[in-house]
Design a protein around this ligand. Sequence first.
Ligand code: ZN
Ligand code: ZN
Length: 169
Amino acid sequence: MRTATRVVPAPGSLAAGTSAIPEGSEIELDFRLEAVMEGVLVTGTAEARYEGECARCLDPVSRSFEGSYQELFRYPEEDAYGRTEDVPDEEDGEEDYYLEGDLLDLEQVVRDATVLALPLSPLCRDDCPGLCVECGVKLAEAGADHGHGERVDPRWEALRKLGGLSGDA
Ligand SMILES: [Zn+2]
Ligand SMILES: [Zn+2]
């Protein structure tokens, strides 16, 4: 069994929802390699920083996060002529990974581990109050007593319509 840590640059297009890992930023991989019957089992974590937009107030959000993964890299299966082929496993819909010689390509694993762990709707803080639905001001800055007065009593609203003052005639 071998363990290792490696820092790799983020490949492009690691994104989910409104958050993304900027291309070229550092991803720290911790992984453990374990030889098993069918191939090599890779278990570990990927730590990276994402950038996004708060889903409530649209402020920029940048935070580190961690995704974990466990993937089996299979020995290539040889057919009767000694050829190897990447055959997608149709039973569980998941792609199988294969060893290429002694090498394993971790990029796809990193991609899966990080994209699945990215928050689809990141928040600048857990209790972000968002924006005022009436005027769009940031409620965190406007304060708890921000408001636009009482709503018009629906009975007055009805009277105004009767009087032809609704304006939509
Ligand atoms: Zn926010
Ligand atoms: Zn307002």
